[in-house]
Design a protein around this ligand. Structure first.
Ligand code: HEM
Length: 489
């Protein structure tokens, strides 16, 4: 008790001193310290970062510095000026904060690995020949999961659309990248428990019982992901998981950290596609005009031709991928529901040059953040009625992709950024786009799928997920479905 009192007596005055000594210097962005010393805006930031940052944007404009739990975070919300942050790898560092987060969430430390070496590994394994093999493999798994019903006797089933999409895409994604010797259903069940608590784990806001659940789930996943060498066959040895493990071994990572790294990669590769497919199908099922447009486009495609059993002509394969309407629907879905935070540590004092000619000084030791969800994605100056789902927002009248969007009269380079940008942009983008499109087309051709309540809308988002990639719903959208007897071609 005496110790607590002693610490309070020492710490509180230090915090108050630190709070009052930081003042806005010439040429620095507006400074907002909040009213609570040291803590600043931490609670609002934690609760709903999107709401907090829109409030700050209204108050201060496109650039400001906020105090968040002892850190000074400069937030930049003008997409015209993003390049000054995204391409400065000398004064800004992206790996420091990431490593702290990875340690906290995944218990993982990889001090010996150069971020550039890991990035190179990822790029090699998600592009070119590897990408074609992965596309082929996931396509086979999706086809197997949604085989047509030969008897035509398939029963109607009810399920939440989120749980249905996440379950199916996780299974197909896992079997494509990871060792299939493990029990996929057990991995998925444990993964969902862990994923549910992940944002709280990252923000250190778990309550007692939740903390125990998150740590036990994490431990169980480490065990489940440990490779079982005795039972693995040829296919497992060639899997992406094994290549990644060989990369870690070559870099001198010990066995314990290897299995922890596998959990990080399981999360990175599996946590976005399922939720994205959910939102996309959810928007289609609740917007009949969008569904009509997609279905009409689908009638022009031959899905059978692109199934893994066939070896279709190049022209046919190309045709199967030309889906301007579905592409626009996917971009619009991601505009509304992809909400990663791009964060950098300022490691040397820096002058941030804004597109309008203004200059701001950033201090060494602070952080700088972009939150593309707020701008460009939800910026009313760029996208009219940004809160509405408009399936043809990214489509020109002649069915080409619309990519001319403007802010302050100037055309934008970044008008939507679901995949991040710069040195840690999503390396799985091409794989993810192909997978989601394939999944949606199969769901719509192989299933009779409808919302249980015709008046239902997509559920609201779980606000705690802002900053962690794809958003997830608060609740679910109940659907009923059954396998069709044959696929439409
Ligand atoms: C809709 C689906 C997806 C979205 C919206 C998405 C988005 C993102 C974003 C924003 C990042 C950067 C995260 C950061 O700043 O740290 C990222 C990183 C990454 N993504 Fe994706 N992703 C998706 C699907 C996938 C899939 C299916 C894979 C692989 C199977 C994948 C693999 C990766 C990897 C390996 C990284 C780390 C890149 C690095 O740190 O250099 N993503 N993703």
């Amino acid at each position: 008790m005496l110790w607590v009192l002693f610490l309070l007596l020492i710490c509180v005055p230090i915090l108050i001193l630190l709070y009052y000594t930081r003042t806005r210097q010439e040429n620095e962005p507006p400074l907002d310290k909040g009213i609570i010393p040291w803590l600043g805006h931490a609670l609002a930031f934690q609760k709903d970062v999107a709401k907090f940052l829109s409030r700050m944007k209204e108050k201060h404009g496109d650039v400001f510095t906020a105090c968040v739990a002892g850190h000074y975070v400069t937030v930049l919300l003008d997409p015209h000026s993003f390049d000054g942050v995204l391409h400065d790898n000398i004064r800004l560092d992206f790996s420091r904060t990431r490593q702290q987060l990875i340690k906290r969430v995944f218990g993982l430390q990889l001090p010996g690995i150069e971020p550039a070496a890991e990035r190179m590994f990822m790029e090699t394994h998600f592009r070119g020949v590897c990408l074609s093999e992965m596309n082929h493999s996931i396509s086979s798994h999706l086809h197997e999961l949604l085989l047509p019903d030969p008897s035509g006797q398939s029963e109607w089933r009810r399920e939440g659309l989120f749980s249905l999409c996440y379950r199916l895409l996780f299974r197909a994604g896992y079997l494509t990248l990871f060792d299939s010797t493990q029990d996929v259903t057990a991995v998925y069940k444990e993964f969902r428990k862990f994923d549910h608590l992940l944002s709280k784990l990252a923000r250190c806001s778990l309550k007692g019982g939740e903390s125990r659940a998150a740590h036990s789930s994490r431990k169980r996943l480490w065990e489940l992901l440990s490779p079982n060498n005795q039972h693995s066959g040829e296919a497992e040895w060639r899997s992406w998981q094994r290549s990644y493990q060989r990369f870690l071994q070559k870099e001198g990572v010990d066995a314990e950290m290897q299995k922890r790294a596998l959990l990080l990669q399981l999360w990175t590769t599996q946590c976005n596609a399922g939720p994205a497919a959910f939102w996309l199908l959810g928007f289609l099922l609740t917007h009949p005009e969008a569904m009509k447009a997609v279905q009409s486009e689908m009638r022009g495609l031959s899905l059978e031709d692109s199934s893994p059993q066939h070896t279709p002509s190049t022209a046919r394969v190309k045709k199967a991928h030309v889906t301007p309407v579905l592409d626009s629907v996917l971009k619009e879905t991601l505009r509304l529901t992809a909400a990663a935070m791009i964060s950098r540590d300022v490691v040397q004092d820096k002058v941030l040059r804004m597109a309008n000619g203004e200059e701001y000084r950033l201090r060494r030791g602070d952080k700088v953040c972009l939150f593309p969800f707020l701008s460009p994605q939800m910026d009313p100056q760029i996208h009219q009625e940004p809160q509405l789902f408009k399936y043809d927002r990214f489509l020109n009248e002649d069915l080409t992709a619309k990519d001319d969007f403007y802010k302050d009269g100037r055309r934008l380079k970044y008008f939507t950024m679901p995949w991040g940008a710069g040195s840690n942009m999503c390396v799985g983008k091409d794989f993810a786009v192909t997978t989601i499109k394939k999944f949606v087309l199969l769901m719509l051709t192989r299933l009779d799928l409808e919302v249980c309540d015709p008046q239902a809308r997509v559920p609201p988002v779980d606000q705690s997920r802002y900053g962690f990639g794809m958003l997830q719903p608060e609740g679910d959208l109940q659907v009923r479905y059954r396998l069709k007897r044959t696929t439409s071609s």
